[in-house]
Design a protein around this ligand. Structure first.
Ligand code: ADP
Ligand code: MG
Length: 326
């Protein structure tokens, strides 16, 4: 490898490049370039802020993905948190701890992917911090968005009789991870659901505006583990029908070969679909939502989470979310 390849961009050259590459948010007076980003307050809107840390070796492996897609996913999983509140994403802040063995071109690919994903959802990279890392690649992302005052959808609003809905399909991302952990490469369908999840921003905005969802969150740890957060915070229980859990066609094909893979749809994380509850029982047939959401069960008065199979027997499952300290 040539000397040139190892010559790294200095911090200020990198920041100049980021500044030139990131778009300017119409909602900002100033994004990158000073000590703080500056955004005027808007009357009647609540500011939403969320933060995520992604550490190489815990949340991702460099050899599994491209830097561009890693950038996309780093933005997407944060934007998904804004969607989970029913909000509109606006600004992202990116803290980078860069190990010395990352080439400038890889870093630029990462940031380009990050910016592209932000733009897809109407958001901009509005600031951050950049530093060397003596260890793994570290990515800290903060996202800000907004929602009309009083319209944010919390986890604690589910009540008895509400229908439980999920968006999209579940388990594809976990299927990809299972394959990667075996040292193999997943097919295109599963790989793309794992590497470039799609935060359900528009669906969430529609729900918030209509006021139809009583509780909501995004599936990062697995359907049952995440639904359980709603149940605990709302002080209710749930009955889920296994046959209603939405699965993609490629997932169904795998399931025909090995029925134990259903665990991945119930317990596998990183789908970044939305789970929400609503007093409305046929939202899945409403023109704004068909075919993007599926009703999978109902909120019950009996505490706990029960999953029933096709013939009404209780389906045994282990409630295990991914523990990042584990
Ligand atoms: P400070 O010394 O105040 O931390 P910096 O020199 O680190 O300022 O950053 C200068 C500008 O560049 C700031 O606007 C900051 O938000 C932005 N910036 C630095 N690193 C990044 C990054 N990784 N992504 C986006 N913006 C960044
Ligand atoms: Mg700084």
């Amino acid at each position: 490898m040539s000397e040139q390849k190892h010559k790294k961009l200095g911090e200020f050259d990198l920041i100049r490049w980021i500044d030139q590459t990131a778009g300017k948010g119409a909602h900002l007076t100033l994004g990158i370039g000073d000590d703080c980003a500056v955004q005027p307050q808007v009357a009647g809107r609540d500011l939403l802020t969320s933060s995520d840390l992604l550490i190489e070796g815990i949340h991702f492996k460099r050899e599994w993905t491209s830097f561009y897609n890693l950038g996309r996913k780093s933005a997407a999983v944060n934007i998904s948190d804004i969607a989970a509140m029913g909000g509109t994403p606006q600004s992202l802040f990116l803290g980078l701890g860069r190990p010395s063995d990352i080439e400038d071109s890889d870093l630029k690919d990462f940031i380009s992917g990050f910016i592209a994903e932000a733009e897809l959802h109407g958001a901009v990279l509005a600031g951050g911090d950049s530093c060397g890392s003596p260890g793994p690649l570290m990515i800290s992302v903060t996202v800000q968005g907004s929602v009309a005052s009083g319209e944010a959808i919390y986890r604690n609003g589910a009540s008895y009789g509400d229908a439980i809905y999920v968006s999209g399909t579940l388990g594809d991302s976990a299927m990809a991870l299972k394959t990667l952990l075996k040292g193999e490469f997943p097919s295109e369908h599963f790989a793309s659901r794992f590497h470039t999840p799609e935060p359900r921003v528009r669906l969430a905005e529609t729900l918030a505006r209509a006021g139809w969802a009583t509780a909501m969150l995004d599936v990062s740890d697995g359907l049952l583990a995440d639904l359980n957060h709603i149940l605990e915070d709302s002080g209710v229980g749930a009955d889920i029908e296994l046959a209603l859990v939405p699965l993609s066609e490629p997932f169904q094909a795998e399931l025909k070969r090995d029925s134990s893979l259903m665990e991945l749809a119930l317990g596998g994380g990183e789908d970044y679909e939305l789970i929400f509850t609503s007093p409305l029982k046929d939202l899945d047939r409403h023109q704004d939502f068909y075919p993007y959401i599926t009703r999978i069960g109902v909120i019950s008065q009996t505490p706990g989470l029960r999953v029933f199979d096709e013939v009404g027997n209780k389906f045994p499952y282990l409630l295990k979310g991914f523990d990042h300290f584990g």
